[in-house]
Design a protein around this ligand. Structure first.
Ligand code: ZN
Length: 219
């Protein structure tokens, strides 16, 4: 298999556009989850004077404080709602990718299958639920941008085995799914900026849902 140079956008046989391989970047903590990227200064835990976990009874009841942690109190504007699967294998790479996109205050909407709930939901109510979550993110945090994510070997799609181990067939299928999801979401909430990415074990691929929609002639 040919090795693409870093930053290459050479078209991939799968028909997707190869993104820069952010997994190769070093010098940063690759295990930092993306939802902790938000306002790192504000969320940084101050040095605990004793380093001990503090147990405390609340209001003389049975609720105990089991850990001291300072969280930011400031309200924020969300720079992207992220619809993604809860499969944690891709967190490190996807976190880096979000940073590259400039997403620092995301609203993650994390469900089995991610954007599958919009493209081919198990039940119609799943779609309504995700749309509602995005609408709430917009109402509460002013969200205008939505990033849809699907990944390889996703259990919600029957894993790679469902595609008989054919990664190219899986990628092509998921690209169509991302287009379907983007189309549905745009119709449900007009005015959103929607992007779609497929994540596999080698990197992150742009499904180009934005390009396809913009290129579509007006009806
Ligand atoms: Zn999954």
């Amino acid at each position: 298999m040919a090795v693409l140079p870093r930053g290459s956008h050479t078209p991939h046989p799968r028909g997707l556009v190869r993104q820069k391989n952010y997994w190769d970047m070093s010098g940063e903590d690759v295990y930092e989850l993306f939802y902790r990227a938000r306002d790192r200064e504000a969320t940084r835990r101050p040095e605990a004077p004793s380093g001990k976990i503090v147990l405390r009874v609340l209001n003389e009841g049975s609720v105990k404080k089991v850990l001291h942690f300072d969280s930011p109190r400031e309200w924020y504007v969300c720079d992207a709602a992220i619809v993604l699967c809860f499969d944690s294998r891709f967190d490190a790479g996807f976190s880096k990718f979000l940073k590259h996109l400039g997403v620092t205050t995301p609203d993650p909407i994390r469900i089995a299958g991610g954007a599958k709930a919009l493209a081919s939901p198990d039940r119609e109510s799943d779609r309504a639920f995700v749309v509602e979550q995005i609408q709430k993110s917009a109402n509460l945090h002013g969200t205008k941008r939505v990033i849809l994510m699907l990944h390889s070997d996703c259990g919600a799609y029957g894993r790679l085995a469902k595609f008989k181990g054919d990664a190219a067939a899986e990628a092509a299928h998921h690209q169509r799914e991302l287009h379907r999801a983007a189309e549905y979401l745009r119709a449900a909430i007009p005015g959103l900026e929607v992007e779609g990415y497929f994540v596999d074990f080698e990197g992150i691929w742009d499904a180009e849902v934005a390009v396809a929609e913009e290129a579509r002639p007006a009806v």
